[in-house]
Ligand binder design. Structure first.
Ligand code: ZN
Length: 64
């Protein structure tokens, strides 16, 4: 197999795909999709919440 030296694959390996999905409804932080992994939670009605806020909310909601 011969590789063409001139043909560079763009940038480095492990390039991250980051997609802005929206903003947390609680704190306003941006919620992004990294490599297909969302760093937050999307609700059925389309609202977004980042993980820290979601964690806080769970604590509140949790009766224990
Ligand atoms: Zn938040």
């Amino acid at each position: 197999m011969k590789h063409r030296r001139n043909e560079k694959k763009s940038g480095r390996e492990g390039l991250r795909i980051q997609e802005r999905v929206g903003y947390c409804t609680d704190c306003g932080r941006s919620v992004d999709c990294l490599d297909g992994f969302l760093n937050g939670v999307i609700f059925g009605d389309g609202r977004l919440r980042c993980f820290p806020c979601d964690e806080k909310n769970k604590e509140k909601d949790d009766p224990m």
